[in-house]
Design a protein. Structure first.
Length: 298
């Protein structure tokens, strides 16, 4: 159906040039063809569409209302085509390295470290996938994943472990004095309802600190770690923060830690290098590993 309604490109280009330049002659000069060739192709387009696109006057042409409507669509289509062609040529000029991660670390840790890896004149560009689908992330040459370090087909190096602790806004803490994990039972809690089994929620965290989670008041659940931190920053309640992923908010004062207790797990974040990957992938994985060492040595 699309092809049936799509005029030939060799008719649209002379039409667009004539409309833009206001002259068949100038369009012919731009396209390096004769004036009669341009005029004939525009006429053929009019016959195909069964409408008049130009009002022809002595030594001048002017678009009809129908011609202006078609020009608007043609200009957008040609711009998209030019953009796609430019993108493909760039891909040929620069090597694209596939990098992937989940949304939490992508938004709160990874992006600044990619910028430090890439230089304006670098022959390597990054093709980044941010997804909470493990299958999508594991389609990359280099990946940053949360888990236990076991991914067949990849060499995994631990970036940092799970250090999980409560966080809230300074204003919320002023209005709700919290000094011990037991005090959290009277607070509004923002919980993480994540799709992966290896992430911690309030029930696990409270149990690990010796507090019965049954009386806990869950104000809101979300499957987005970013939304969870944003809710805490807005003063809605107390959320669980992961070390390295919320350091920026803690350093800026947007979030504070109401209690000192932390819970560590056997899981953590790893940089994964696909077995058999090229030199660019090795350099990127090493760069990310060094970045994690500088952030939080273990």
């Amino acid at each position: 159906m699309l092809r049936r309604n799509l005029p030939p490109l060799d008719l649209l280009l002379p039409f667009e040039a004539s409309a833009r330049l206001g002259s068949f002659t100038r369009a012919a000069e731009e396209l390096s063809v004769t004036q009669s060739a341009v005029s004939q192709r525009v006429r053929k387009l009019e016959e195909l569409l069964e409408i008049s696109l130009f009002e022809r006057r002595h030594r001048a042409i002017e678009l009809t209302p129908e011609g202006r409507e078609l020009l608007n669509g043609v200009k957008v289509a040609l711009q998209h085509l030019a953009s796609a062609t430019h993108s493909l040529r760039q891909r040929e000029a620069r090597r694209f390295l596939k990098l992937a991660c989940d949304t939490s670390i992508g938004q709160h840790w990874l992006l600044p470290r990619i910028g430090a890896f890439l230089a304006p004149d670098s022959p390597v560009a990054i093709d980044l996938t941010v997804s909470d689908s493990e299958a999508e992330v594991l389609g990359a040459d280099v990946a940053v994943m949360h888990g236990d370090g076991q991914w067949p087909g990849f060499v995994a190096r631990r970036l940092f472990g799970d250090v999980v602790f409560p966080v809230c806004s300074p204003g919320y803490l002023q209005q709700h004095p919290i000094t011990t994990p037991q005090d959290l039972l009277s607070a509004e809690l923002i919980d993480l309802d994540y799709i992966h089994w290896n992430w911690m929620n309030w029930g696990i965290w409270l149990t690990e600190t010796g507090v019965d989670p049954a009386p806990a008041r869950i104000l809101m659940r979300t499957n987005s770690y970013t939304a969870l931190l944003d809710a805490a920053k807005a003063g809605m309640g107390v959320a669980l923060g992961w070390g390295n992923l919320c350091d920026g908010a803690l350093n800026s004062g947007a979030l504070v830690r109401p209690v000192a207790e932390t819970v560590d797990t056997a899981n953590g974040y790893y940089v994964l290098l696909r077995q058999g990957a090229g030199e660019d992938a090795h350099r990127l994985s090493q760069h990310l590993f060094r970045g994690a060492r500088k952030t939080r040595p273990e």
